[in-house]
Design a protein around this ligand. Structure first.
Ligand SMILES: Nc1ncnc2c1ncn2[C@@H]1O[C@H](COP(=O)(O)OP(=O)(O)OP(=O)(O)O)[C@@H](O)[C@H]1O
Ligand SMILES: [Mg+2]
Length: 64
């Protein structure tokens, strides 16, 4: 869980899949660049939830 959003951390081979190991890393870079946050939760029944939060920029907060 601690390494999930790092570059080149993949467990795809373990599940007989091919991965380039950048998917979650790039997702985090993009979401961080928008001042948001991304998270992952893992449950005991082997289900996982991934999500992200992005701030809403209001009209008055925009740089004119
Ligand atoms: N939706 C998901 N459900 C469960 N585990 C996931 C999910 N997405 C990623 N993971 C886990 O996190 C690891 C890293 O994901 P990441 O997307 O960075 O790389 P990848 O899926 O292996 O390759 P790719 O860069 O092609 O997406 C995966 O190998 C997998 O173990
Ligand atoms: Mg992926």
């Amino acid at each position: 869980m601690n390494n999930l959003f790092k570059k080149y951390v993949s467990h795809a081979a373990k599940f007989n899949k091919v991965g380039v190991d950048l998917g979650l890393y790039l997702s985090k870079q993009i979401i961080d660049a928008h001042n948001g946050s991304i998270y992952a939760k893992s449950y005991e029944d082997n289900s996982n939830v991934f999500g992200f939060i992005l701030p809403i920029v209001t009209e008055s907060a925009k740089i004119s």
